[in-house]
Design a protein around this ligand. Sequence first.
Ligand SMILES: [Fe+2]
Ligand SMILES: [Fe+2]
Length: 189
Amino acid sequence: MESVIISYVTKALSEKPDFLAHTRRVVDYSKIIATTEDVDMDILVMSAWLHDICWYNRDLNTETLKTHAQESSIQAKEILEKINMSDKVIDKVSSTIVAHEQLPDNPSIEMRILFEADHLDRLGAIGISRIFSTWGVKTGLEIINKNILPQMETWFTTRKGFDLAREKIHFLNMFADNYNKEIIDSKRS
Ligand SMILES: [Fe+2]
Ligand SMILES: [Fe+2]
């Protein structure tokens, strides 16, 4: 089943290579995090492949960012219906996808893992380059300072998720410290 979904997603996102690369990393992170958790792998892997599927025909901006989890879940539902998945599977995958940006109260383990895998890709060198290439330097710095640095340590609750995040959290803190130091130094000279 995974291979059917991989070929669908690869084709759909072929003109959005950054989103496809992000999706692949999120699938890989999800599989790694799942190794220490009791999880339904089929639900998790399908959700990870389809979690950002709506970007194939959407442009990223602050408005579409707010609605994309919901939109991707609707599109995922349609795709899974076409390949005759059961209603139970479709409901689980779509609710897991909806939660990847903002977890509900009492999230399922699949929701938590997808959330962590997706948020891991906002940290580290790849995360920084994605933020700046998408939003530019000024808005990118605001996102890092307001939305990532103050919250990132609360995002990870699974053992593997926290392990994977530790080095990236350290790296992003170092990046922010160095950036601020260079700005201060440049104002002095
Ligand atoms: Fe997303
Ligand atoms: Fe994502």
